[in-house]
Each structure stands twice: as structure tokens, then as C-alpha cells.
Design a protein around this ligand. Structure first.
Ligand SMILES: [Cu+2]
Length: 166
């Protein structure tokens, strides 16, 4: 198989896994396509949760930036990134997620960008959905539907148990 084909098959397989038990869903904000917003179930008693966009893609010719997110299920929400710091995974809040023209970002537990839902007002239970508003510099505001699901793909495992904060 060509590299492109392998990548396409891999992406299709991931989409299948990510969508198992949930309807395929997504939204757009300007030229940004927001594919399958999801959150992992919160741990019992946990104050914070995490949400992700399976595929966030800028299909336009202008750069855009995701500036902030908010949701009624959380007191406030932050955009975080994870980086390796001397062999230790650390997360920190960032101002924005930049999206170059044509850029596609996959958000997965345990790596890179994620949204922290701070001070949860309710536990996030598998199968539930909740609204989340995303605000882009160019694309403006859009409300997306977030599906709470146990990650199925291997690459999505092992997040929340070690999701320690600062
Ligand atoms: Cu975080």
C-alpha cells in the first residue's frame, strides 16, 4: 500500500472505533471542520474532565485559531497541551490552538491538545451528550455536541487515571 492509502485506511479504522456506539457527528465554524467531539467519562468524584475533537481541520486558505471553549457542564474550560519535560508528561494552558490552512489535528487522550473541563457540575457518564461552545478567531462561535464515550482505540487509553493537574 502507498503511504497515503495506509494513512487513509488508518484514519477510517480510527473513525470506526471512535464512532462505535455513537452517531457520527460534527460541525463547522467558517472553514474549520469539527469532526466528532468527544469526552472521556469522568472518574467518580473527579472535579475535572477532558474533551477532545477527533479531527479538527482547517479546510480553508486562511489560518485560523481556536481561542476558547466553554460548556454548561463545567465551571470553566481551558485549552491545554501536553509536552514531555525531562521524561515527565506535563500539561499547561495555552492561549489558542493554531490551525494553518489545510492543517488537520487529531486530539487524543494522553497526547497533545485537549480541553480541560474544570469544576464539573455533573459527572460525565458514558453515552451522555453535552453542548460545548468553541470560539475561533476567523470562524466565530459554534456550539458542538460532545459525546461521552470510553475510548476504544489503543492509542486513546490510559488518560484520565494519570490526568494530574499542575
Ligand atoms: Cu489538561
Amino acid at each position: 500500500m502507498t503511504t497515503d492509502l495506509k494513512r487513509a485506511v488508518g484514519a477510517a479504522l480510527f473513525a470506526l472505533l471512535a464512532h462505535a456506539g455513537a452517531q457520527a457527528h460534527g460541525s463547522t465554524a467558517g472553514d474549520v471542520s469539527i469532526g466528532h467531539p468527544y469526552a472521556t467519562p469522568s472518574l467518580p468524584g473527579a472535579r475535572n474532565g477532558a474533551a477532545y475533537i477527533a479531527t479538527l481541520e482547517n479546510t480553508g486558505k486562511q489560518p485560523d485559531r481556536l481561542l476558547r471553549v466553554s460548556s454548561p457542564v463545567a465551571g470553566h474550560a481551558e485549552v491545554h497541551t501536553m509536552t514531555m519535560d525531562g521524561g515527565v508528561m506535563r500539561m499547561r494552558e495555552i492561549d489558542a490552538i493554531p490551525l494553518a490552512p489545510g492543517e488537520s489535528i487529531k486530539m487524543r487522550p494522553g497526547q497533545g491538545y485537549h480541553f480541560m473541563l474544570m469544576d464539573l457540575k455533573q459527572p460525565l457518564k458514558e453515552g451522555d451528550t453535552f453542548p460545548m461552545t468553541m470560539e475561533f478567531e476567523r470562524g466565530g462561535k459554534v456550539e458542538v455536541k460532545v459525546v461521552v464515550q470510553v475510548p476504544k482505540a489503543k492509542a486513546m487509553e490510559g488518560d484520565m487515571a494519570e490526568h494530574k493537574h499542575h
